[in-house]
Design a protein around this ligand. Sequence first.
Ligand code: GDP
Ligand code: IMO
Ligand code: MG
Length: 423
Amino acid sequence: MANTILVGAQWGDEGKGKIIDVLTEKADIVVRSQGGSNAGHTVIIGEQKYILHLVPSGILRNRKKCVIGNGVVVDPVGLVEEIRMLEDLGVKVDGKLFISDAAHLVLPYHRLLDAQREDHKGRKKIGTTKRGIGPAYADKASRTGLRMMDLIDPERFEKALRERLKENNAVLKALGAKPLSFAKVHAACRAAGDRLRPLVTNTVVLLNRALRQRKEMLFEGAQGTFLDLDHGTYPYVTSSNTTAGGACTGSGVPPHRIDRVVGVMKAYTTRVGEGPFPTESDELGDLLHGMGREFGATTGRPRRCGWFDAVLTRHAAMVNGIDDIAVTNLDGLDTLERIRICVAYKLNGKKLDYVPADLHQLAACEPVFRDLPGWQSDTSRARKWKELPARARQYLEAVANLVGASLGIVSVGPARDQTIVLK
Ligand code: GDP
Ligand code: IMO
Ligand code: MG
């Protein structure tokens, strides 16, 4: 399997958690390198459903190490809750989970600022998860952030928090919000710091030692390519680099040690939050929501739905260097008579075969569709390529050709075994 980066090739929620769980079987270490608890990765094992926000999905398998890298923003109180949830379900965390000492903290004022700023934006809101992600990365870039190494040093943390809270309370007050109490914030963070202290380490050194021992790593991307701060539909993006390059900066693993990039994509497209979405289709949305599908794992919001957009995923293949694609949720299309694929955009009468960086141009793009006949039968029981209906195979081949990458995995249901591994 070698060292693999797994990225979302659309707007997040592509089914990365499920594919990571499948690939973890062959990996030694699973690494998160960006994002925070805005992520919601679903893994279903038997009857049990797990939704992971910060802990790498590899935690659900025995004898795998999991790393929260330096590029992740960690909400310590939320992470302790997540660890408790896992422990209550019998999943051991100590000795398996390692947190970077350099990872930045998401503190209560970041969450509150995120919510306040969204509320103030009114119709111009981004539709964030309100998990404090933007304000935490802004502090990191402004060089005013606090890190895990500060949290686990009680004296240093108390002093730094007092200073930071003073400034942030002034901002909160200006936005019309109630200031936060130092005593309350400090007590909650202090308790979280005590629980997390044994898990905090220099993960850059840990990972590079593991590389020397020829351990195989799997990088669990969060969000998706078009939510990337640089390559996404700015400003309707998240605040980290969700594309393949982010895995290296966010972990300290050098680029030449990466062997393979897998791009996860749904057999159609979804998006949560605001921003342009050329292939959006209310008809497809109604169908999928009617089946009880496509509600957010983190916020429960209904996801916007649309047809497969090959312009988008081809662009994702370009910026990530995708070798293989994993196509998920094929079964979502089982009942359709006709399935549409967007093969190009039309802008002011001209054909466009890439995603324009200018949001206004993207919003004005009209999709050019190629229609394929649906297979109108159940794919969820297929376990081998040849068990898929011929028309489903044709659809998948068309997708892979249009994206310009090879078909590595097909997923036909949320469970571990509802997977066809082709390479
Ligand atoms: P992630 O954020 O990329 O890990 O994706 P989410 O977990 O937020 O959303 C994907 C949803 O699709 C979850 O509810 C998964 O259980 C589900 N899922 C993943 N693959 C498949 C599939 O092939 N078929 C079906 N029916 N559901 C899937
Ligand atoms: P996973 O890892 C889908 C979206 C939000 C919003 C924008 C900015 O589960 O695929 P943020 O809270 O990050 O500042 O919100 O990004 N968003 C996601 N959408 N899946 C995610 O993660 C997302 N994380 C953030 O809905 O539009
Ligand atoms: Mg998700």
